[in-house]
Ligand binder design. Structure first.
Ligand SMILES: Nc1ncnc2c1ncn2[C@@H]1O[C@H](COP(=O)(O)OP(=O)(O)OP(=O)(O)O)[C@@H](O)[C@H]1O
Length: 340
């Protein structure tokens, strides 16, 4: 649906050249929710702006629905852009227009007739749960309601792709949750492909099928969300993943525990969730597993069980126990104390 190949974008400033995007390749498939995560300055906004060509890449190719869009004539570019809706952290609503007009004004610039326009405003306000707010002004709405209006405005163009630029970053956790639910509903029920950028791992966790992690303009790791959770390799990715787990154990506690065996994080995905493997460890090996922390991480499609466990036993036995756990499909990370 969206294919970026070797995309680079640099800006010339008084201080020299800034390489905002550096040779990025990724593909967003039809019907999925694809997230791009990175810390501030990683290049996320520039990347998403390259997708709808608000920013022209310096190098590389951007293909939307099998069409190379980097060199399109203005009229054709407009046609492609109509397939792409966008929502922003700051909502971008017209303060002096009511909710109805905020949705209707962009539609009036297209060939949609009055009757169809009315129908669409009503339909999409219902989908976002604001059917009673036609006449309200943005100033009378909460942040979450404003974002719902912005979503209805984007949907009213009947796009095939929705781009989301930090759409929940200005919202409190509860409102964030409800907007993420709405994005999931839009993806499932309307079949709209969503590409979003965020700096919050909980957004990726809750709704993204796949994720790319960005740093210094590059994609440092990408894959299915479940795989990124279970076996991230880059330290920055691990930091993001760890941010959704419970707090780390205090260093002094860890130091003491490792005297008698390693401390490991076990991730149980798919079939491994239903096997009583930890109980087997204590019967099969001279090892006593001691659970230090645990929780369930609910991803869009899967559930991951995460346990931090101290394997109390001698070196050979704990090695065999770890090999056994891996054989049973359990992902093991943080065998070294520094990684836990
Ligand atoms: N128009 C511009 N002119 C010059 N430099 C720019 C421009 N836009 C972005 N940059 C620079 O490119 C780099 C990437 O910025 P970008 O906004 O894409 O990152 P980001 O990951 O979205 O960060 P944030 O979440 O803080 O917006 C930064 O160093 C930024 O200063």
């Amino acid at each position: 649906m969206i294919k970026l190949s070797n995309v680079s974008k640099s800006f010339q400033t008084k201080k020299g050249t800034i390489q905002a995007i550096d040779d990025v390749s990724l593909e967003v498939k039809k019907g999925e929710i694809f997230g791009v995560i990175g810390y501030s300055g990683a290049g996320k906004s520039t990347l998403i702006r390259c997708v709808n060509l608000l920013e022209a890449p310096t190098f590389g190719s951007v293909v939307i629905k099998d069409k190379e869009v980097t060199n399109l004539p203005a009229e054709e570019l407009l046609q492609v852009r109509r397939k792409i809706g966008m929502i922003f952290q700051g909502f971008h609503l017209l303060k002096t227009a009511n909710v109805y007009d905020n949705i209707a004004i962009p539609l009036r610039l297209t060939e949609v007739d009055k009757e169809e326009l009315d129908k669409r405003v009503t339909k999409y306000l219902k989908i976002v749960g604001l059917e009673d707010k036609h006449d309200a002004y943005p100033g009378q709405l909460s942040g979450g309601q404003k974002q719902r209006v912005a979503i209805a405005r984007a949907l009213a163009q009947e796009p095939e792709i929705l781009l989301s630029d930090e759409a929940t970053s200005a919202l409190d956790p509860e409102t964030t949750e409800s907007i993420l639910e709405l994005l999931l509903k839009i993806n499932k029920e309307l079949g709209i492909t969503i590409m979003l950028i965020t700096h919050e791992m909980n957004v990726i966790q809750k709704i993204c099928d796949r994720v790319a992690v960005m740093e210094n303009g590059k994609v440092i790791e990408q894959g299915r969300t479940v795989d990124i959770y279970a076996r991230a390799t880059h330290p920055t990715t691990k930091r993001f993943v760890n941010s959704t787990y419970h707090k780390e154990l205090p260093a002094n506690v860890l130091q003491e525990l490792i005297q008698t065996g390693p401390v490991v994080r076990l991730s149980f995905v798919g079939e491994s969730t239903s096997k009583p493997v930890l109980a087997s460890v204590s019967t099969k090996f001279q090892v006593s597993p001691n659970i230090l922390a645990g929780g369930i991480i609910q991803l869009k499609q899967e559930t991951i069980g995460a346990l931090v466990v101290h394997l109390n036993g001698d070196q050979e036995e704990t090695k065999r126990a770890i090999a056994y756990l891996e054989e049973q499909g359990v992902m093991i990370e943080g065998v070294e104390v520094a990684h836990v």
